[in-house]
Design a protein around this ligand. Structure first.
Ligand SMILES: O=P(O)(O)OC[C@H]1O[C@@H](O)[C@H](O)[C@@H](O)[C@@H]1O
Length: 300
């Protein structure tokens, strides 16, 4: 154990069920093992990499070829897109999905609920002031148990209104994406981003037999990923999220990205991202707080 992990464990370790570890070259991760689940979170990006409820198949997909390195985004888990989603509205050289996923975050609190659920809170540690005001910080609060709750909190302490885009870009584990359906977005309008962007209306459930990359404009209703082979539904509840991104890169894009672990790595995942993107970005007046909240649970 290095000096930093040992200090973090002294300050925030929780009775043997929350521990900091150097995963190599100073890349620090947090392992959680409580009565409900095991989980791993990278300190960089406050990036949840794994959540395995006990007795269940893994819920969160992580690429076997994911690299854990300073300043690099991790392929899989729950990347935090903040303070914009996708390309920046005006600055072409700002990185896609914002900077929160590739910078250091600090742990600010850990605790356990009476039922054994682990709570952990983070605050972003680095804001590049050329890109964003350091008077508009962000925190992430997680409750990790039989269900997984995450709340991304943006506070505007500046004197001016700001426009925030955000997403919990969650990669879910599925048996075979060509057999699953995403339910709950029937009749919603969406931007289809495969090829030239076109506005369309969803009819029925979403199935996958080619690349899917869509921003849905929804009403915050629950969304369900139905997996008939794993015999489970993953339920996504959310608050203060008015967009949902549904993404699977399919074959060609997987080959171009090269970090899915294998050429058919795309079959085992689907991203269903609770967001405020495009026309749904949040205008935050001075003194106001925006809380993007999700809860994931497994139903048989
Ligand atoms: O490779 P990145 O930056 O993690 O993005 C992955 C995908 O993220 C999705 O949210 C976008 O809609 C896709 O267009 C994008 O390809």
């Amino acid at each position: 154990m290095n000096a930093l992990t040992s200090t973090l464990n002294d300050d925030f370790g929780e009775n043997g069920h929350l521990a900091f570890r150097d995963a190599g070259e100073g890349f620090i991760v947090i392992d959680i093992d409580n009565c409900h689940c095991t989980a791993t979170i990278a300190l960089q990006g406050a990036h949840l990499m794994r959540w395995n409820p006990k007795g269940e198949e893994p819920v969160i997909w992580m690429s076997p070829a994911a690299t854990l390195a300073e300043g690099k985004s991790i392929r899989g888990g729950v990347p935090i897109c903040w303070p914009w989603f996708g390309a920046h509205a005006t600055e072409a050289d700002f990185s896609a999905h914002g900077f929160a996923r590739t910078v250091a975050w600090d742990v600010i609190n850990t605790s356990s609920l009476d039922d054994g659920t682990t709570c952990i809170s983070f605050r972003i540690a680095e804001i590049n002031r050329d890109m964003w005001s350091d008077q508009v910080p962000v925190e992430m609060h997680m409750q990790i148990g039989a269900r997984l709750e995450m709340e991304l909190v943006t506070k505007n302490r500046s004197e001016e209104s700001v426009t925030v885009g955000d997403a919990l870009h969650t990669y879910f584990c599925v048996s075979d994406v060509s057999k699953v359906s995403v339910r709950g977005l029937d009749a919603c309008e969406y931007l289809d981003k495969v090829g030239p962007t076109v506005r369309k209306t969803q009819k029925g459930n979403i199935n996958f037999d080619q690349e899917v990359d869509r921003i849905y404009f929804d009403q915050g209703q629950d969304i369900v990923i139905r997996d008939p082979i794993m015999h489970r539904d993953i339920r996504i509840e959310k608050r203060n999220s008015h967009s949902t991104i549904v993404w699977n890169p399919w074959i060609d894009k997987t080959l171009r990205m090269g970090d899915f672990g294998s050429d058919d790595g795309y079959l085992g995942m689907v991203c269903v991202e609770s967001a405020n993107a495009d026309a749904d970005m949040v205008k935050l007046a001075p003194g106001y707080t925006h809380r993007l909240w999700v809860r994931y649970s497994i139903e048989k």
